[in-house]
Design a protein around this ligand. Structure first.
Ligand SMILES: Nc1ncnc2c1ncn2[C@@H]1O[C@H](COP(=O)(O)OP(=O)(O)OP(=O)(O)O)[C@@H](O)[C@H]1O
Ligand SMILES: [Mg+2]
Length: 298
């Protein structure tokens, strides 16, 4: 088990505790809800665990259209007309596929799924089998698990999960990575290097983190914004001939990269009378003009 943990961890920056707890839950044969904002390593951890176990990871997005039939599967209508219903013309949905192949069924935004869909899932988890009309009983392989995710900031179109749902699930709350962890992730995903590249990473992580605490924002950007900010800044630097962070044009270039990478990823508070660009300008000024010492190498 500790070997497994070490092998899985080698694909992931940081997250030792979250990985250990998630592994413990699934190894115990249990289901778990990972509750955290976007971009906080949930999918990355599950991919690493299922890869290590050699089993499939099936994704489903929880929304109002996720009916029990979509989850379970359906009979191919053209074939039903020709051949009548049979197990042979049944097209398995992700739940049945995960049960048959012993995979993880990962339901993102679990709390957006309709209640009857949740009940179908809970029954499959509890019984480890499911009765499909005109097909028969499908028994899950031992590694079948349901993993759910929820965004704690999400309150539009969500179902209030009943206490009986909560009582059947384990839960791990996941927050944003720390600053060093985010720099490590951005470095890994962008492969930039050198003085300019390292400065891009430091600045992109700092301004992205600042979006999460800005008073006018309901939700800031995840590390995905920082990754894209670095990639776009690098291209802009090539286009504009900027080769060093000491270049006079560096700060302006970085602001342009911020607007493109972050303006669509930040969500204004309903009461805030401002624009994403104005908020980013403030964060930029704070970082480059008011507190330039933070941006200095060191
Ligand atoms: N610990 C990590 N190690 C390496 N890369 C990471 C790590 N965490 C996140 N990333 C990278 O950041 C991006 C987002 O991470 P991931 O997909 O795991 O987030 P998530 O929690 O599943 O988000 P969402 O809720 O939006 O699906 C991916 O490109 C991933 O490669
Ligand atoms: Mg994900």
């Amino acid at each position: 088990m500790s070997d497994t943990r070490a092998r899985v961890a080698s694909h992931i920056v940081g997250r030792e505790r979250e990985l250990e707890l998630t592994l413990a839950a699934v190894a115990a044969g249990r289901e778990i809800v990972l509750e955290g904002p976007p971009g906080t390593s949930k999918t990355t951890m599950l991919k690493a665990i299922t890869q290590e176990w050699g089993i499939p990871l099936l994704f489903v997005e929880g929304n109002a259209d996720l009916t029990p039939a979509k989850l379970v599967g359906h009979h191919n209508p053209a074939r039903v007309l020709r051949e009548d219903y049979s197990a042979d013309n049944f097209v398995a949905g992700p739940l049945v596929e995960a049960m048959q192949e012993g995979g993880f069924l990962y339901i993102e935004e679990f709390n957006r799924a309709p209640e009857d869909t949740l009940n179908t899932l809970l029954a499959a988890m509890a019984d480890r089998s499911i009765a499909v009309p005109r097909v028969g009983i499908i028994v899950a392989r031992p590694t079948f698990r349901v993993i759910a995710s929820m965004n704690p900031y999400d309150n539009v179109g969500t179902t209030r999960l009943s206490t009986s749902v909560h009582d059947r699930l384990n839960r791990l709350s996941i927050g944003y990575q720390d600053e060093a962890g985010e720099r490590g992730i951005v470095a890994l995903r962008t492969s930039v290097s050198g003085t300019l590249g390292e400065r891009f990473i430091r600045d992109a992580v700092a301004v992205t983190r600042a979006t999460r605490t800005h008073r006018d924002l309901r939700q800031g950007s995840s590390v995905r914004g920082a990754i894209d900010c670095v990639l776009i800044a690098r291209e802009l630097a090539a286009l504009r001939g900027v080769t060093s962070p000491d270049d006079d044009e560096y700060a302006a270039l970085f602001y342009d990269a911020m607007v493109v990478s972050l303006s669509g990823r930040i969500h204004l508070d309903e009461a805030a009378e401002t624009t994403p660009e104005r908020v980013l300008r403030e964060i930029w000024e704070d970082h480059f003009v008011l507190q330039p010492a933070i941006a200095e190498p060191g």
